[in-house]
Design a protein around this ligand. Sequence first.
Ligand code: FAD
Length: 80
Amino acid sequence: MVSRQANAVVVGAGIAGVSATFHLAARQGVDDVVMVDPRPPLSLTSDKSTECYRNWWPNEPMVGLMNRSIDLLEDMAEES
Ligand SMILES: Cc1cc2nc3c(=O)[nH]c(=O)nc-3n(C[C@H](O)[C@H](O)[C@H](O)COP(=O)(O)OP(=O)(O)OC[C@H]3O[C@@H](n4cnc5c(N)ncnc54)[C@H](O)[C@@H]3O)c2cc1C
């Protein structure tokens, strides 16, 4: 068994884990981020999504969270 020390370990390679890993490595500059999952990335729930999103929610925290997420998506769309 090989043992090594990572600076961050993300458990689960669904969209939440892939996003967390991207933001740690590419946006926050954390090097040596390790993702662990017995399955291939995005192969459990995240590849089944209809890929719709909304910022209608009945409470302010969720509206704020979604607005920030939509801003991040739009930034990425412009970058790419
Ligand atoms: C048919 C369908 C349509 C949908 N449509 C939409 C939509 O239009 N809009 C929307 O916002 N959402 C939609 N969703 C919901 C959305 O797809 C999920 O909320 C989202 O994909 C969940 O992502 P996740 O990363 O949390 O989980 P997952 O994609 O399920 O990933 C979890 C990962 O963790 C791994 N894991 C679990 N336990 C361990 C462990 N102990 N160690 C290591 N790895 C582990 C699993 O193998 C898996 O790869 C839809 C869902 C379905 C099923």
